[in-house]
Design a protein around this ligand. Structure first.
Ligand code: GLU
Length: 507
């Protein structure tokens, strides 16, 4: 029987989850959905000194916004609970003991000063950061180098210790990464990583392997920064005799700066005026893409393209399409360039795909913030008219504020260029004619205005820019007659009349 696909997203709650983290969560999710599997949210909080209050909630809420759902985890429970490693402390003790008993791990009693001393002593040009490894371990205070008596004495005396993995010398460690293909390491190049700390907590390396095994994880999908740890993990599976249960690995490519020169850093968000987080987190001084007006469907579309592409020209994908088309074969090995302009464009495309009803709903928070009270049917019409122009949801209001408020300022340059005071009468006559249109639709208004202009020999350029300024304050905006249709007869006529007066005072 095929094993059920089970993946986990396992962040350490050491700060706000940025788009790199959410991309890992998303790729886990897409793969799980495609294969009808299960997704787990595990908190890897073994490093208590780096714990940040609120970081777990931030992950949960960011994933919720992105539509990444979990079947099991810290927030929903499940058959393998608890899912927070600090609550699983006792489990790891038993496993690390097993490694000690088999001679694959050992106690190390070295003090920080002794470790420092070793590094200073061993440092050479060719080896600038000497490691605790198969060579140096022989000269240190550990249960490999010391006699059994000495070790027992230290244990009885409760001398602080850590437990280290005993990396064999000169062994080839290989695994087949789903993105990178075969990856090979030599064990002599690896250090004896700490598995268990003096505070009674496991390190990431031990807890990660034990939990993936106990939680029956089939695939480990994580960022490239974990690739150097993978051989230690592979060795740990081997030491436990779990080779057959070892998950498959997929190490995702780095996310690079827009210019491609190096890894995207947290500060780059400020530089490009583009949040690198899903959500705002005020206490951490972090702004979010949700608050900026990113649609969740655009957000995951853009995040998915950070390293993945199914080939061809298609850039806009719905969530269903992402799930259908996702595969690790189509994830690149080399760094994925982060492009804020492309992200905006993707958001714009998703806004265009939405109906006026949906957009009106999404615009509510912005309208509330601006104390706008308007009829739903009216808001829907404005959204339909403005949606081709909006990059972010609040733009529907920002670019079309004049549908909800009085005009803030008029484009005086256009007025000065185009307005002729001697046309006052004829304009007022045209406005009066507009006021007679019964069924006030775009087509009807256009027909009446154009007939009038033909009769009085007025050119488009003599009327339209002025109408535009009269109705919207400036030259930007949707087609003039469509604008009038949405504003309605009363408001349109009032604005036009008011503008004629205004134009004359500005002359
Ligand atoms: N706890 C690790 C992190 O914070 C997870 C690495 C892994 O998925 O194995 O990214």
């Amino acid at each position: 029987m095929e094993k059920k696909v089970r993946l986990r997203y396992a962040p350490s709650p050491t700060g706000a989850q940025h788009i790199g983290g959410i991309r890992t969560a998303l790729f886990n999710y897409l793969f799980v959905k495609k294969h009808g599997g299960e997704l787990i949210l595990r908190s890897e909080d073994t490093d208590q000194s780096r714990f940040v209050e609120g970081a777990e909630e931030f992950v949960i809420n960011s994933c919720k916004y992105a539509g990444i759902e979990f079947d099991e985890g810290i927030h929903v429970g499940g058959p393998y609970a608890p899912y927070r490693q600090s609550e699983r402390k006792d489990i790891y003790k038993k496993y690390v003991q097993q490694l000690i008993d088999n001679g694959n791990a050992y106690y190390a009693f070295d003090t920080p000063e002794e470790l420092e001393e070793m590094r200073n002593r061993m440092i050479t040009e060719g080896n600038p950061s000497p490691a605790y490894d198969h060579i140096t371990r022989q000269y240190m205070k550990n249960s490999v180098a010391l006699s059994q008596d000495e070790v027992e004495k230290k244990l009885v005396n409760n001398e602080p210790y850590v437990i280290r993995i005993k990396m064999p010398r000169n062994e080839e460690i290989k695994f087949n990464d789903l993105i990178r293909g075969w990856v090979t390491f030599n064990s002599s190049q690896l250090d004896d990583k700490v598995l268990f700390k003096s505070d009674g907590m496991p390190t990431y390396h031990l807890a990660n392997v034990v939990d993936d095994y106990l939680m029956k994880i089939t695939h480990v999908v994580r960022g490239e920064e974990w690739l150097p740890s993978a051989p230690t993990h592979v060795m740990t599976y081997k030491f436990f005799g779990w080779e057959n249960e070892m998950p498959q690995f997929a190490h995702l490519p780095l996310i690079l700066k827009p210019e491609g020169n190096g890894k995207l850093s947290k500060r780059d968000g400020d530089k490009y005026g583009f949040p690198l987080y899903a959500l705002e987190w005020k206490e951490q001084n972090i702004s979010g893409l949700k608050e900026k007006g990113f649609l969740p469907e655009a957000f995951i579309n853009f995040i998915a393209l950070l390293g993945w592409h199914p080939g061809g020209d298609k850039e806009i994908f719905t969530k269903e399409e992402l799930i259908q088309e996702f595969s690790f074969e189509r994830v690149g090995k080399s760094g994925a360039r982060f492009d804020p302009e492309k992200a905006k464009w993707i958001n714009q495309q998703h806004i265009k795909m939405k109906s006026g009803v949906e957009l009106a709903e999404l615009l509510q928070p912005t309208l509330q913030k601006n104390n706008v009270i308007a009829d739903t049917a009216y808001i829907i019409k404005v959204c339909e008219l403005m949606k081709d122009r909006a990059v972010f949801i609040p733009d529907l209001y920002e670019f079309g504020y004049y549908f909800f408020n009085d005009i803030k300022s008029y484009d005086t340059e256009t007025i000065k260029k185009k307005w002729k005071p001697e046309r006052t009468e004829i304009f007022l006559q045209l406005i009066a004619t507009i006021d007679t249109v019964d069924n006030f639709t775009e087509q009807n208004i256009e027909a009446v205005v154009k007939a009038f202009m033909t009769e009085y020999k007025l050119g488009m350029g003599e009327v339209m820019p002025l109408f535009r300024v009269a109705l919207a304050g400036g030259l930007q905006g949707p087609p003039v007659f469509a604008m009038m249709d949405v504003l309605g007869k009363k408001k349109s006529v009032a604005r036009l009349q008011f503008a004629v007066e205004k134009f004359n005072t500005l002359q």
